[in-house]
Design a protein around this ligand. Structure first.
Ligand code: HPA
Length: 275
């Protein structure tokens, strides 16, 4: 029997106690190709995942695998540079642990970013989508097994998983800056294979606007422990699954993630101090 969740979180927190510094206001998890934001951090202390008790170590391309603690846009933040994915073989509970750690470091809000394919034909690669809500199609959930009531409820509400007030703030800022922010539903799948064209049409019919292999597990954990979530997808490839569907490549995904990443950074520069 593994340790209760609260004890796992406390052990992770204690293992970095000497280096964590002052409490943070915001936690961030950056997606594939979206790590450049880390370079905007000031006075950052980097803690490799391998030095955090109980923390799995990421292997995905474009994922450095360290926790950065410092100032981002004038706000004290903890940033997970490198995320964990189900497709790497991690259990959902392992993926959730760093989210609880961000909360234990003081975070009130969590910013999640990801690279995603556009199911919505009106979305173009290089654009940014504000995540309104998600559909978890991974088949996994980090909260299965015994619940630790000291961390959160057995049946956490998910009706406002992506905080409506924070979303409104993001929209307001994007309007004021004449910034084309799309908004929609993120469909989370397990991967690592990309979807067939039939699956993409199915996901679109089910209400998805973008599809990706991350985020949903983290957001469930965030809802469980009471973190307010703001999520953005970098649209990296057209994934409508129509007759003109082109094959996807990781090069295309990372290239467009970099384009969208610059736009996300501009938005977050104003948003992060208001989280
Ligand atoms: N599908 C799933 N995950 C992704 C995609 C996609 O088309 N693009 C970037 N991540």
């Amino acid at each position: 029997m593994s340790l209760p969740l609260g004890a796992r979180i406390a052990a992770a927190r204690a293992s970095i106690a000497g280096r964590a510094g002052a409490p943070v206001a915001v936690g961030l998890v950056l997606g594939s190709g979206l790590g450049a934001l880390a370079e905007r951090m000031r006075g950052a202390v980097a803690i490799p995942y391998g030095e955090i008790a109980g923390m799995p170590v990421s292997t995905a391309p474009g994922h450095a695998g360290q926790l950065l603690l410092g100032e981002l846009f004038g706000t004290r933040c903890a940033l997970m540079q490198g995320r964990l994915h189900l497709y790497e073989g991690w259990a959902a509970a392992d993926i959730a642990l760093p989210i609880y750690l961000l909360k234990a470091l003081g975070a009130r809000s969590l910013v999640v970013t990801n690279a995603a394919g556009a199911l919505n034909p009106a979305f173009a690669p290089g654009e940014v989508m504000l995540i309104e809500d998600h559909i978890n199609l991974t088949g996994a959930n980090p909260l299965t097994g015994p619940n630790d009531e000291s961390v959160g409820l057995r049946f956490p509400d998910m009706s406002r998983a992506y905080d409506p007030e924070l979303r409104a703030r993001a929209k307001e800022i994007s309007l004021r800056h004449n910034f084309a922010l799309k908004s929609g539903i993120y469909a989370g799948i397990c991967g690592p294979s990309l979807e067939t064209s039939a699956e993409r049409r199915f996901l679109r019919a089910a209400g998805g606007d973008a599809v990706g292999m991350s985020t949903v597990i983290e957001v469930i954990a965030a809802a469980h422990c009471g973190l307010r979530v703001l999520g953005f997808s970098a649209i990296t490839n057209a994934a409508a699954g129509g007759p003109d569907q082109q094959p996807d490549t990781i090069e295309e995904v990372l290239e467009n993630a970099a384009v969208a990443g610059l736009k996300m950074a501009a938005l977050l520069e104003e948003l992060v101090p208001r989280l």
